[in-house]
Write a protein of this length. Structure first.
Length: 285
């Protein structure tokens, strides 16, 4: 996999193409990408997001990505090194930005879900990007030293921060408490409707799309598999203890009936509850 390098503090590319000209790759620099038109799929660190007109993506060094273009796509790529914002004082003195553009670019969630702008933010973003593209077309040699371009790029990050601040994706500024989440799942393991993705994301004030990504990243499996594994552990203990009938265990875990329970258990373990009980009864060991 190639790793692209850049030595200038700022480079802007504006073009359209029917198939993306690069394979999966990473960079040594930061890259902000705006979609003027077109649609397809953007893959970042193996996570796929559909894209269309008006979408914005941010990448930091070592992020791996590529575009799978469906309809001819017009991009603008704003590529900059860490020194670009360190050299200027607009960000530091503005008092508007709560977090730096570099910190925004590094946020994992911004690579895993699309930045969701409201209607006003979309119009502002399009106008700003059009201005940047026009300036780059007319005065490409002045890009690095242009205060106009610097101010426009700063405005882009102000819009992104606005999307984050407005809670369009509440998960952008928080991470879940793993212990609290697992404790909640374990306490409600007998109530399947309480531990579905939508219910858990509401309970913990986080978007459902991000919850799924976050859970798999932190536990190495999706929510359904985790819940099923924990259920199976509890069910096995009950079968070995031999104090409840299969029907009673089925009812305790809110299965529709014993038949559904048996099918679930066999799919997970490769044997029926009766077989497991028989094979693991203390008298048979």
């Amino acid at each position: 996999m190639s790793k692209l390098k850049q030595f200038k503090s700022l480079v802007i590319h504006d073009y359209a193409e029917e198939s993306f000209h690069l394979p999966l790759h990473s960079h040594t620099y930061y890259e902000l990408i705006y979609i003027f038109s077109g649609r397809g799929e953007h893959i970042v660190n193996s996570i796929k997001n559909n894209y269309s007109q008006g979408d914005v993506f941010v990448l930091s060094p070592n992020d791996e990505h590529y575009f799978d273009i469906v309809d001819n796509t017009h991009f603008i790529f704003i590529k900059f090194t860490e020194t670009y914002f360190q050299d200027g004082d607009l960000y530091q003195s503005s008092g508007i930005m709560r977090i730096s553009p570099i910190d925004i670019m590094r946020k994992k969630i911004l690579k895993e879900t699309k930045i969701r702008l409201n209607d006003v933010q979309k119009v502002m973003m399009k106008n700003i990007m059009s201005n940047i593209a026009y300036y780059n077309l007319k005065s490409p040699s002045n890009i690095n030293s242009s205060s106009i371009i610097y101010t426009h790029i700063f405005a882009v990050f102000s819009i992104i921060q606005g999307a984050m601040k407005n809670g369009i994706d509440a998960s952008l500024n928080q991470e879940l408490d793993k212990d609290s989440l697992i404790s909640f799942i374990h306490q409600n393991i007998y109530f399947p409707e309480e531990i579905r993705t939508n219910e858990l994301s509401d309970q913990f004030n986080i978007s459902a799309s991000y919850f799924s990504i976050w859970f798999k990243r932190n536990f190495g499996m999706n929510l359904s598999r985790y819940v099923n594994n924990y259920k199976i552990q509890l069910i096995k203990k009950r079968l070995i203890a031999n104090r409840q009938s299969i029907k009673e265990i089925s009812g305790e875990f809110n299965f529709a009936d014993a038949s559904h329970f048996s099918k679930f258990f066999k799919n997970c373990t490769g044997m029926s509850p009766s077989e497991y009980k028989r094979n693991n009864h203390p008298q048979n060991n």
